[in-house]
Design a protein around this ligand. Sequence first.
Ligand code: ADP
Ligand code: MG
Length: 180
Amino acid sequence: MPSDLITHSEAETEALGAALGRLLQAGDALALVGDLGAGKTCLARGVAAGLGVREPVTSPTFILVAEYATARGFPLYHADCYRLEQAASEALSIGLDELLLDDGVAIVEWAERIEPLLPPDHLRITLTALDDSRRLTFEPQGARAAELVRRIFNGQCSIVNCQSSGDSASASDQSLPIDN
Ligand SMILES: Nc1ncnc2c1ncn2[C@@H]1O[C@H](COP(=O)(O)OP(=O)(O)O)[C@@H](O)[C@H]1O
Ligand SMILES: [Mg+2]
């Protein structure tokens, strides 16, 4: 089963995030890994749109964690661990560990910095910059995350114009039906 996708623009990364967001349920957690500018916030913005968040989603680099109301009755927590110096202990002091176990959806940028605090079941997405394209590598940790990856790659969410890396098919061949 493929676990990589390539997006060719910011808009495509957001669209992929939105498709993923439509699949998410309360309790799901996304751990985003990748350098500055890799597209983590862009993906998070798409996920928020897919969950029906109406407010603009910006990078929570300085506030560390932002909470948004979704259209689905549970909150979205969007955290950014870049500026945490003693990442895990500072995250604990602001209660991030509890938010991650809360009945909402959590998205964590620089998630590798607080690895021990991540919920046992989470979807790790590593973003890698390739000029103006981005490779997104999906590594599910746990059964629920594996189910999400299956649904993404089995065409149960629309990933219009995204391409599996290593697959030379044209982008349009990868367009998948929308079911959600
Ligand atoms: N395929 C792509 N997907 C997402 N962002 C892209 C893509 N190509 C170029 N970019 C640019 O990369 C930057 C990503 O920024 P951002 O999402 O804030 O990254 P991060 O949160 O990982 O630091 C933006 O300036 C965006 O325009
Ligand atoms: Mg960011």
